[in-house]
Write a protein that binds this ligand. Sequence first.
Ligand code: GAP
Length: 436
Amino acid sequence: MVDMDTLVSLCKRRGFIFQSSEIYGGINGFWDFGPLGVELKRRIKESWWKKMVRERDDVVGIDTSIIAHPQTWVASGHVDSFRDPMVDCKSCKRRFRADDMPESKNAKGKCPECNGDLTEARQFNLMFQTNVGAEVSKTSTAYLRPETCQSIFTQFKNVQIVSRKKIPFGIAQIGKAFRNEITPRNFIFRSREFEQMEMEFFCHSDESSKWFEYWVSERFNWFKSLGIKEDKLKLRKHKKDELAHYAKACTDVEYDMPFGTSEMEGIADRSTYDLNQHMKVSGKDLAYFNEATKERFVPAVIETSVGVDRTCLAVLADAYREEEVKDEKRVVMGFSPAIAPIQVAVFPLSAKLADKAKTIHLELQKHFASEFDSVGSIGKRYRRHDEVGTPYCVTYDFQSEEDHSVTIRDRDTMEQERIPIDNLKEYLNKNFSKFD
Ligand code: GAP
């Protein structure tokens, strides 16, 4: 398995992910996605949206504001209890999450870095605060959302009415979330600004267990559809004492990251807790009336909540491989063509052939993520595209002038085939459709 230093360095070198504000020395817990990273992220989000919204009749999407009415976070419990215990080292001034400390160190109250004395644990609220409006006062305090789901709950009634959906149905959203994590770490795994893809499925309490099982299996299959190796994926059922007070059940999808098996997604039976809380705090009725049975009830919620950045990291770590080819090391990012940032690259063999090759690229670009690459030897161009995970490279050579054919090279087998230029689109479509 790739180690994190190698992966972070490849991500920077090839333009997947940079440290945020690098020229100012960076800012801990924030990351920028480069030209290839943004494509990869988009593909992951598109795949999720397609699977969770477009291809279903029982889920609709929304896109809500990052800053919501502050009462939202009172109702959700975040103002009072979205906290981690924090300790500081009196000598080196480093800060730690008390619950992250090795037990022996914690008990002794000694710093894991310098063995200095630690302060008592203090509770630290992870929500970022800001002020809305010109005056800074107690009432101007607002929060950057720490999760995207709360606006799904507060907009439940509006969405249900306008979409004319009957229960059971779900509401999905992709968006940024912010948490002032005490110890952001492991690259983009735990950061202070990240993206979530959340879906809240509203159903009758009597059916929540059935839907919970259904969504656990759907979500596990989605990770496989990204091309992630199945033996690296796990489902972990939370024990009773691990569950949040409102949750009836929770199962995580985990991936074997280079730093250990880690949570990618949580699927939770949140019962009727969220809608009940928002009804209580807002005074508005969010209950549902079933016309057929004449029953009025507060729906239970099955939540699926996954981080875009964590999924990106799993995809990157999973795709990395090194191979020996004729005494040389070849680094390959074996992305599934379904999510590869560049799906096909077009090379002219010589500068003289650039115009003709460019025409092919411009045509392919209408249908695929295509890149035109004329820099360096063909061998070097292959290596570069192996390292960014381009599944196919097309070379236009002198023979192409005569036979209107090109060479197409497969990233994984390195085998080359000669095919007519007119068949390129069909060839690629056929090979990519296997991964839809
Ligand atoms: N609405 C439920 C919720 O937010 P969570 O377990 O706190 O539950 C859900 O977060 C997912 O969001 C996690 O499984 C993870 O993928 C992602 N996530 C949470 N905190 C994160 C962080 N600091 N950095 C990156 N991703 C994070």
